[in-house]
Design a protein around this ligand. Structure first.
Ligand SMILES: Nc1ncnc2c1ncn2[C@@H]1O[C@H](COP(=O)(O)OP(=O)(O)OP(=O)(O)O)[C@@H](O)[C@H]1O
Ligand SMILES: [Mg+2]
Length: 261
Protein backbone atom coordinates (compact mmCIF):
# COMPACT_ATOMS: atom_id res chain seq x y z
CA UNK A 1 0.00 0.00 0.00
CA UNK A 2 1.43 3.33 -1.03
CA UNK A 3 0.84 6.12 1.41
CA UNK A 4 0.75 9.02 -0.99
CA UNK A 5 -1.30 11.87 0.47
CA UNK A 6 -3.27 12.12 -2.74
CA UNK A 7 -4.20 8.47 -2.81
CA UNK A 8 -7.94 7.94 -2.42
CA UNK A 9 -8.99 6.04 0.68
CA UNK A 10 -11.05 3.55 -1.33
CA UNK A 11 -7.79 1.86 -2.28
CA UNK A 12 -7.73 0.49 1.24
CA UNK A 13 -9.43 -2.74 2.19
CA UNK A 14 -11.07 -1.91 5.46
CA UNK A 15 -13.11 -4.96 6.22
CA UNK A 16 -11.62 -5.90 9.57
CA UNK A 17 -13.67 -6.24 12.70
CA UNK A 18 -12.66 -2.73 13.71
CA UNK A 19 -14.16 -1.26 10.60
CA UNK A 20 -17.49 -2.98 10.34
CA UNK A 21 -19.06 -4.39 7.20
CA UNK A 22 -18.57 -2.50 3.97
CA UNK A 23 -21.96 -3.48 2.66
CA UNK A 24 -20.47 -4.87 -0.53
CA UNK A 25 -20.44 -8.44 -1.77
CA UNK A 26 -17.60 -8.30 -4.23
CA UNK A 27 -15.15 -11.10 -4.92
CA UNK A 28 -12.23 -9.80 -2.87
CA UNK A 29 -10.18 -12.45 -1.09
CA UNK A 30 -10.90 -13.00 2.61
CA UNK A 31 -9.21 -10.68 5.09
CA UNK A 32 -5.48 -11.02 5.32
CA UNK A 33 -4.01 -11.21 8.76
CA UNK A 34 -1.28 -8.61 9.11
CA UNK A 35 -0.65 -9.89 12.63
CA UNK A 36 -1.45 -13.38 13.86
CA UNK A 37 -0.59 -14.73 17.30
CA UNK A 38 -1.49 -18.32 18.01
CA UNK A 39 -1.27 -19.71 21.54
CA UNK A 40 1.61 -17.40 22.42
CA UNK A 41 3.32 -17.61 25.78
CA UNK A 42 6.30 -15.44 26.68
CA UNK A 43 8.41 -16.25 29.69
CA UNK A 44 11.42 -14.00 30.31
CA UNK A 45 14.69 -15.66 31.38
CA UNK A 46 14.11 -14.63 35.01
CA UNK A 47 10.85 -16.60 35.09
CA UNK A 48 8.42 -13.71 34.62
CA UNK A 49 5.56 -14.86 32.44
CA UNK A 50 4.49 -11.80 30.47
CA UNK A 51 2.03 -13.42 28.03
CA UNK A 52 -0.06 -16.55 28.47
CA UNK A 53 -1.69 -18.47 25.60
CA UNK A 54 -2.52 -15.36 23.61
CA UNK A 55 -4.50 -15.63 20.38
CA UNK A 56 -4.85 -12.50 18.30
CA UNK A 57 -5.70 -11.81 14.67
CA UNK A 58 -5.39 -8.33 13.23
CA UNK A 59 -6.69 -8.13 9.68
CA UNK A 60 -5.43 -5.65 7.13
CA UNK A 61 -6.92 -2.20 7.63
CA UNK A 62 -7.82 -2.65 11.29
CA UNK A 63 -7.30 -0.03 14.00
CA UNK A 64 -6.72 -1.72 17.36
CA UNK A 65 -6.21 -0.28 20.83
CA UNK A 66 -4.19 -2.53 23.14
CA UNK A 67 -5.05 -1.72 26.74
CA UNK A 68 -4.47 -3.19 30.18
CA UNK A 69 -2.89 -2.29 33.51
CA UNK A 70 0.82 -1.70 33.91
CA UNK A 71 2.65 -5.00 33.59
CA UNK A 72 -0.19 -6.68 31.66
CA UNK A 73 2.09 -7.54 28.73
CA UNK A 74 1.35 -4.84 26.14
CA UNK A 75 4.96 -3.89 25.42
CA UNK A 76 5.98 -7.54 25.46
CA UNK A 77 3.40 -8.30 22.78
CA UNK A 78 4.81 -5.44 20.70
CA UNK A 79 8.38 -6.67 21.24
CA UNK A 80 7.37 -10.07 19.86
CA UNK A 81 5.94 -8.41 16.74
CA UNK A 82 9.16 -6.52 16.02
CA UNK A 83 11.21 -9.60 16.91
CA UNK A 84 12.91 -7.84 19.77
CA UNK A 85 11.91 -10.91 21.76
CA UNK A 86 10.95 -14.42 20.66
CA UNK A 87 7.90 -16.27 21.91
CA UNK A 88 8.58 -19.10 24.35
CA UNK A 89 5.66 -21.05 22.93
CA UNK A 90 3.21 -20.54 20.06
CA UNK A 91 3.41 -18.78 16.74
CA UNK A 92 3.87 -15.12 15.84
CA UNK A 93 3.20 -14.25 12.21
CA UNK A 94 3.59 -10.82 10.61
CA UNK A 95 2.16 -10.54 7.12
CA UNK A 96 2.08 -14.32 6.94
CA UNK A 97 5.69 -14.84 7.99
CA UNK A 98 6.54 -16.86 11.05
CA UNK A 99 9.05 -14.75 12.98
CA UNK A 100 10.61 -17.75 14.73
CA UNK A 101 11.62 -19.36 11.46
CA UNK A 102 13.01 -16.37 9.63
CA UNK A 103 16.43 -16.61 8.12
CA UNK A 104 18.69 -13.90 9.48
CA UNK A 105 18.97 -12.21 6.09
CA UNK A 106 15.17 -11.97 5.85
CA UNK A 107 14.75 -10.18 9.18
CA UNK A 108 15.30 -6.63 7.80
CA UNK A 109 12.70 -7.21 5.09
CA UNK A 110 10.05 -8.26 7.61
CA UNK A 111 10.99 -5.41 9.96
CA UNK A 112 10.34 -2.95 7.14
CA UNK A 113 6.75 -4.14 7.01
CA UNK A 114 6.30 -2.65 10.48
CA UNK A 115 6.57 1.00 11.38
CA UNK A 116 7.22 1.39 15.09
CA UNK A 117 6.52 4.45 17.22
CA UNK A 118 7.52 4.78 20.89
CA UNK A 119 6.47 7.03 23.75
CA UNK A 120 9.91 8.69 23.89
CA UNK A 121 10.20 9.33 20.11
CA UNK A 122 13.76 7.88 19.86
CA UNK A 123 14.98 10.53 17.38
CA UNK A 124 18.63 11.20 16.60
CA UNK A 125 19.33 14.52 18.27
CA UNK A 126 22.14 15.63 15.97
CA UNK A 127 20.12 15.13 12.80
CA UNK A 128 17.37 17.31 11.34
CA UNK A 129 13.80 16.12 10.93
CA UNK A 130 14.53 15.39 7.27
CA UNK A 131 17.74 13.52 8.08
CA UNK A 132 16.07 11.45 10.81
CA UNK A 133 13.51 10.19 8.31
CA UNK A 134 16.06 9.76 5.50
CA UNK A 135 18.37 7.82 7.81
CA UNK A 136 15.80 5.03 8.13
CA UNK A 137 16.04 4.54 4.37
CA UNK A 138 19.81 4.99 4.16
CA UNK A 139 20.55 2.23 6.67
CA UNK A 140 18.49 -0.23 4.67
CA UNK A 141 20.34 0.56 1.47
CA UNK A 142 17.60 2.44 -0.38
CA UNK A 143 19.04 3.99 -3.56
CA UNK A 144 19.78 7.69 -3.07
CA UNK A 145 17.48 8.91 -5.80
CA UNK A 146 14.49 7.29 -4.07
CA UNK A 147 15.20 8.84 -0.71
CA UNK A 148 14.35 12.49 -1.37
CA UNK A 149 10.86 11.95 -2.83
CA UNK A 150 10.00 9.37 -0.16
CA UNK A 151 11.06 11.65 2.71
CA UNK A 152 9.35 14.69 1.23
CA UNK A 153 6.15 12.70 0.79
CA UNK A 154 5.91 11.43 4.39
CA UNK A 155 6.88 14.82 5.86
CA UNK A 156 4.03 16.38 3.87
CA UNK A 157 1.69 13.65 5.11
CA UNK A 158 2.47 14.38 8.78
CA UNK A 159 2.46 18.15 8.21
CA UNK A 160 6.14 18.81 8.89
CA UNK A 161 7.47 20.04 5.54
CA UNK A 162 8.16 23.49 6.99
CA UNK A 163 10.16 22.05 9.93
CA UNK A 164 12.27 19.68 7.81
CA UNK A 165 15.58 21.40 8.65
CA UNK A 166 15.02 21.74 12.40
CA UNK A 167 16.57 19.35 14.91
CA UNK A 168 14.47 17.53 17.54
CA UNK A 169 15.51 20.03 20.23
CA UNK A 170 13.90 22.76 18.12
CA UNK A 171 10.55 20.95 17.96
CA UNK A 172 7.54 20.61 20.25
CA UNK A 173 6.76 17.16 21.67
CA UNK A 174 3.93 16.72 19.18
CA UNK A 175 6.22 17.64 16.29
CA UNK A 176 8.83 15.17 17.54
CA UNK A 177 6.24 12.42 17.60
CA UNK A 178 5.08 13.36 14.09
CA UNK A 179 8.71 13.06 12.97
CA UNK A 180 8.82 9.57 14.49
CA UNK A 181 5.58 8.70 12.69
CA UNK A 182 7.03 9.96 9.39
CA UNK A 183 10.09 7.79 9.99
CA UNK A 184 7.83 4.80 10.70
CA UNK A 185 5.91 5.41 7.47
CA UNK A 186 8.78 5.99 5.11
CA UNK A 187 9.24 2.27 4.35
CA UNK A 188 5.60 2.04 3.32
CA UNK A 189 4.84 -0.46 6.11
CA UNK A 190 1.82 -2.75 6.31
CA UNK A 191 1.29 -1.89 9.95
CA UNK A 192 2.11 0.93 12.34
CA UNK A 193 2.68 -0.27 15.89
CA UNK A 194 2.72 2.43 18.53
CA UNK A 195 3.62 1.80 22.19
CA UNK A 196 1.99 4.61 24.19
CA UNK A 197 2.67 7.23 21.50
CA UNK A 198 0.83 9.92 23.46
CA UNK A 199 2.32 9.04 26.85
CA UNK A 200 4.58 12.12 26.88
CA UNK A 201 2.12 14.56 25.33
CA UNK A 202 -0.56 16.80 26.76
CA UNK A 203 -4.21 16.03 25.95
CA UNK A 204 -4.64 18.43 23.04
CA UNK A 205 -1.43 17.31 21.32
CA UNK A 206 -2.33 13.68 22.04
CA UNK A 207 -5.51 14.17 20.04
CA UNK A 208 -3.53 15.58 17.11
CA UNK A 209 -1.34 12.48 17.10
CA UNK A 210 -4.39 10.20 17.28
CA UNK A 211 -6.03 12.09 14.40
CA UNK A 212 -2.87 11.57 12.37
CA UNK A 213 -2.85 7.82 13.12
CA UNK A 214 -6.53 7.64 12.12
CA UNK A 215 -5.76 9.35 8.83
CA UNK A 216 -2.91 6.96 8.16
CA UNK A 217 -5.30 4.10 8.91
CA UNK A 218 -7.80 5.53 6.41
CA UNK A 219 -5.02 5.40 3.82
CA UNK A 220 -4.98 1.63 4.34
CA UNK A 221 -2.26 1.11 6.94
CA UNK A 222 -3.20 -1.20 9.82
CA UNK A 223 -2.64 0.44 13.24
CA UNK A 224 -2.01 -1.27 16.60
CA UNK A 225 -1.61 1.12 19.50
CA UNK A 226 -0.91 0.32 23.16
CA UNK A 227 -2.28 3.06 25.37
CA UNK A 228 -3.47 4.14 28.81
CA UNK A 229 -5.34 7.06 27.27
CA UNK A 230 -8.88 6.30 28.47
CA UNK A 231 -10.45 9.38 26.92
CA UNK A 232 -9.17 8.57 23.43
CA UNK A 233 -10.08 4.86 23.59
CA UNK A 234 -13.58 5.54 24.86
CA UNK A 235 -14.26 8.37 22.39
CA UNK A 236 -13.20 6.51 19.26
CA UNK A 237 -15.02 3.19 19.76
CA UNK A 238 -12.50 1.18 17.77
CA UNK A 239 -11.52 -2.43 18.40
CA UNK A 240 -10.17 -2.78 21.95
CA UNK A 241 -7.98 -5.71 23.01
CA UNK A 242 -7.45 -5.79 26.78
CA UNK A 243 -4.65 -7.73 28.45
CA UNK A 244 -4.53 -8.63 32.12
CA UNK A 245 -1.67 -10.58 33.67
CA UNK A 246 -0.61 -11.72 30.22
CA UNK A 247 -4.00 -12.93 29.02
CA UNK A 248 -6.46 -11.38 26.61
CA UNK A 249 -9.51 -10.74 28.77
CA UNK A 250 -11.50 -8.69 26.25
CA UNK A 251 -11.49 -8.26 22.47
CA UNK A 252 -14.30 -5.99 21.54
CA UNK A 253 -15.25 -4.02 18.45
CA UNK A 254 -16.43 -0.52 19.31
CA UNK A 255 -15.10 -0.88 22.84
CA UNK A 256 -14.44 1.64 25.58
CA UNK A 257 -11.67 1.97 28.17
CA UNK A 258 -12.70 0.25 31.40
CA UNK A 259 -11.55 1.26 34.86
CA UNK A 260 -9.49 -1.89 35.30
CA UNK A 261 -7.53 -1.11 32.09
N1 LIG B 1 13.11 -7.99 30.06
C1 LIG B 1 12.29 -8.45 30.99
N2 LIG B 1 12.70 -9.40 31.86
C2 LIG B 1 11.88 -9.89 32.79
N3 LIG B 1 10.60 -9.52 32.96
C3 LIG B 1 10.12 -8.58 32.12
C4 LIG B 1 10.93 -7.99 31.10
N4 LIG B 1 10.20 -7.08 30.43
C5 LIG B 1 8.99 -7.09 31.01
N5 LIG B 1 8.92 -7.99 32.02
C6 LIG B 1 7.76 -8.33 32.85
O1 LIG B 1 6.72 -8.77 31.99
C7 LIG B 1 5.47 -8.27 32.42
C8 LIG B 1 4.83 -7.48 31.29
O2 LIG B 1 5.58 -6.29 31.06
P1 LIG B 1 5.24 -5.29 29.88
O3 LIG B 1 6.33 -4.29 29.83
O4 LIG B 1 4.94 -6.07 28.67
O5 LIG B 1 3.90 -4.61 30.44
P2 LIG B 1 3.04 -3.39 29.86
O6 LIG B 1 1.63 -3.88 29.74
O7 LIG B 1 3.68 -2.83 28.67
O8 LIG B 1 3.09 -2.35 31.09
P3 LIG B 1 3.08 -0.73 31.05
O9 LIG B 1 1.64 -0.32 30.88
O10 LIG B 1 3.61 -0.37 32.41
O11 LIG B 1 3.98 -0.28 29.95
C9 LIG B 1 5.73 -7.48 33.68
O12 LIG B 1 5.51 -8.32 34.77
C10 LIG B 1 7.20 -7.13 33.57
O13 LIG B 1 7.79 -6.99 34.83
MG1 LIG C 1 4.52 -0.99 28.21
Amino acid sequence: MTIAPSRPAEGARVTGPGSGPTGTTDDRPPDRAVVLLHDVTKAYPNGNIALREVDLLVPEGDFVFLVGPSGAGKSTLIKLLIRDELATKGKVLVDGQDLAHLRRRHIPKVRRKIGIVFQDFKLLQTKSVWENVAFALEVTGTPGRQIRPAVDRVLALVGLSAQARQTPAQLSGGEQQRTAIARALVHDPRIIIADEPTGNLDPLISWEIIQLLLRINELGVTVLMATHNAEVVTALRKRVVALEEGRIVRDEVGGAYHRED
